[in-house]
Design a binder for this molecule. Structure first.
Ligand code: ADP
Ligand code: MG
Length: 688
């Protein structure tokens, strides 16, 4: 059994191992040889036998053992994709979908998008006739169920990274369990990097079967999920802790990288930080300090890894490190289990990741930098032991690790706003959502909140059924329900043309190009497009400028706009346009009447309305419904303007709750667009 043995006192983690030569999977071996060296290869026959004879097979194995890239290929070689059938493999993360699909296409020697393809939201690189192995996000597979509720084209569905317990994975598991009852020939493979196989297995045993088992009745073996552990081949990882809590982890990371580079033998460094902001900050600081330190700087290749990187940037991360150089990859927790980087010997763990948190009382959801769990810390450390014994530097104390870190993370469904989740289930005809068979139940408070918002959006009726046509239309648009409602409302207001531009810009990470050390120039560029109404209208100005420039990359460069992001915006816009036209929405422009655009935004995002409480730079606002203190984010064009009443698109939380992408509105619109939601407050001075 693969085990992560831990010597809690000595602080040394041993990954149980069948030691193999340090060159395995590395160097010049042919792809076939590399495949055969992966731990999962030895289990090929066992896996195929279990999938053949069991409805559900649970595969547990260390990251890098070959689960994601090999199992779909084994299945295909064994004939599971014959007769036009397709093998699906889901991932919680878009970047992982792209990376593993291109790796598998390479291993099979086929063109990506043909026999091996992938689909993520707004990007379909698959072919309905040719594709036999399809990688996709769990969210996209859920969407496919709206057209094909039994997912009939798939013979095997591999739900990968199940330990992550993303919200879509959990919904998917509940639905797949239902589908299995109708499609006994469907096979499920649930794969995971950590060992909670037993509870997953129990989930797939129906209560009847469970009772039967307890009663010692003879069962068809195929009904009980099979569990297979793939023996890992990691090496020892020595753990180092800090003595005192780290105050500034970006600084601590930079010092640790330089120390390793100075004192330790060759081997790449993987750093776990939380998101694009602090990764960029760390890269900037590291580059500066390395430059000022001639000896150390030579030979360092510093690279970021987060979603939203361009193809070329991704490729750099995966390409082998040139001789005499040392690669430093500074990553979000995407490198924790979703992606395997070769050559890592040192890991620096900040102890944090960005996590979604939702409070049903205040109805606020945001991404928070929060401490990771022990399970995550162990995974992160394990990344250092793939090619030879490695070291992991934890930027927290051993005491903290032992006594304060939680053992497991909380499933995302228990810390999320459920609006999207509820509408998806409703659209699939699942009406009793509280009674749904969840791997982990969401809280009733969050559920009630979601139903209330959906009711106010006009998406569900008094009986909590999807309304026609609005509810069905909203479910059809591959965007969060608030964006979808904004798009639908633009029909009546005659501003679809503008609204789909806004929705597309909101779908990409950022259209600004932040060059390290050029904040002032970026701010000046922003001013050139800034609209008094707010960020959404500013996006329209940028889009117009981009079109007028002839979609020029030079123009983008000059204005600190990310050309790749703009190209993505155009693609998404085309798709949204197609979908909107299909739903019968008329493509009209409101020309210069921005009031109509702002009203459409309010019709979707009324729940995010805030009122100014105190003037100052980035003055203090309170959410109208929940009276929560929020501030305009410094990146907003309204940062210094402070309109009386605004609507935000999302919140980010650091020292305070910051509103990102903000538009000013008239308070009176709120009772117009969402009378139910704001009814109780009708006489509340907060709103008039
Ligand atoms: P698991 O899913 O068990 O974590 P994977 O199937 O993702 O393992 O990876 C197996 C091996 O395939 C890795 O150890 C690595 O050697 C190789 N590999 C995977 N993805 C890539 C990639 N994008 N580029 C190069 N090698 C890769
Ligand atoms: Mg994997």
């Amino acid at each position: 059994k693969p085990r992560l043995l831990e010597d809690e006192d000595g602080g040394v983690v041993f990954l149980s191992s069948s030691f193999s030569s340090s060159s395995s999977g590395y160097g010049f071996a042919s792809i076939e040889k590399q495949r055969q060296r992966l731990p999962v290869y030895k289990y090929r026959t066992a896996i195929l036998y279990l999938v053949e004879s069991h409805a559900t097979t649970i595969v547990v194995g260390e990251t890098g053992s070959g689960k994601t890239t090999q199992i779909p290929q084994f299945l295909k070689e064994a004939g599971w994709a014959d007769g036009g059938r397709v093998i699906a493999c889901t991932q919680p993360r878009r970047l992982a979908v792209q990376a593993v699909a291109s790796r598998v296409a390479e291993e099979m020697g086929v063109k990506l998008g043909e026999e091996v393809g992938y689909t993520i939201r707004f990007e379909d690189v698959s072919n309905s006739d040719l594709t036999r192995i399809k990688f996709l996000t769990d969210g996209v597979l859920l969407r496919e169920m709206m057209d094909d509720p039994l997912l009939t084209k798939y013979s095997v569905i591999m739900v990968d990274e199940a330990h992550e317990r993303s919200i879509s994975t959990d919904i998917l598991l509940g639905l797949l369990k239902k589908i299995q009852k109708r499609r006994p020939e469907l096979r499920l493979v649930i794969s995971s990097a950590t060992i909670e196989a037993k509870s997953m297995s129990n989930f797939f045993l129906s209560s009847k079967r469970r009772r039967a088992l307890e009663g010692d009745e003879l069962l068809r073996p195929s009904l009980e999920p099979a569990i297979l552990s793939v023996e890992g081949r990691g090496f020892n990882v020595q753990i180092h802790y800090v003595e005192d809590p780290v105050k500034d982890y970006v600084q601590a990371i930079v010092s640790t990288v330089l120390l390793i580079h100075d004192k330790e033998p060759p081997g790449d460094i993987l750093v776990f930080l939380t998101g694009q902001d602090d990764i960029d900050a760390a890269i900037k600081l590291l580059t500066e300090e390395a430059r000022g330190n001639g000896k150390t700087s030579s030979g360092l290749i510093i690279l970021p890894l987060y979603s939203g990187l361009t193809r070329a940037e991704q490729d750099l991360v995966f390409s082998p490190t040139p001789k005499g150089k040392r690669k430093v990859v500074i990553s979000t927790n995407i490198a924790e289990t979703s992606l395997t980087l070769e050559g890592i010997v040192y890991v620096i763990d900040s102890g944090f990741s960005k996590q979604r948190f939702y409070n049903p009382i205040t109805d606020i959801e945001n991404l928070v930098v929060a401490p990771i769990s022990k399970a995550s810390a162990k995974q992160r450390a394990g990344r250092a032991g793939r090619i030879r014994p490695g070291k992991c530097y934890r930027l927290y104390s051993e005491e903290y690790y032992l006594n304060e870190m939680s053992v497991q993370g909380i499933p995302e469904i228990q810390r999320s706003n459920l609006v999207s989740c509820v509408i998806q289930l409703k659209a699939l005809g699942i009406d009793n959502i509280l009674g749904f068979d969840w791997p982990a139940s969401p809280s009733p408070e969050s559920m009630i909140r979601a139903l209330e918002v959906l009711y106010s959006l006009g998406v569900i009726d008094d009986d909590a059924k999807l309304t026609s046509p609005v509810g069905f239309q909203v479910a059809e648009i591959p965007q969060e329900p608030m964006v979808a409602k904004m798009i639908i409302s633009s029909n009546e207001l005659g501003c679809l043309d503008e609204i789909i531009t806004i929705a597309s810009v909101l779908s990409v990470q950022s259209i600004w190009f932040s060059i390290r050390g050029a904040q002032k120039e970026l701010d000046e560029a922003k001013l050139r497009f800034a609209a008094a109404e707010g960020d959404h209208v500013t996006f329209l100005n940028i889009y117009k400028g981009f079109l007028q420039s002839g979609k020029s990359s030079k123009w983008c460069h000059k204005n600190f706009i990310n050309y790749h992001a703009m190209k993505k915006v155009m693609e998404i816009r085309e798709q949204l346009k197609r979908i909107a036209l299909r739903l019968g929405i008329v493509l009209k422009s409101c020309e210069a009447d921005m009031q109509l655009v702002r009203k459409a935004i309010a019709a979707g995002f009324f729940a995010n309305a805030c009122r100014l409480e105190a003037y100052s730079h980035g003055g203090m606002y309170k959410t109208i419904r929940g009276s929560q203190e929020v501030y305009i984010h410094p990146s907003s064009v309204l940062f210094r303007v402070n309109p009386k009443c605004v609507i935000y698109h999302s919140l980010v939380s650091t020292d305070r709750q910051y509103m990102r992408n903000v538009i000013s509105i008239e308070p009176s619109w709120l009772t117009e667009v969402a009378p139910h939601f704001y009814q109780q407050q009708r006489h509340n001075p907060n709103i008039h």
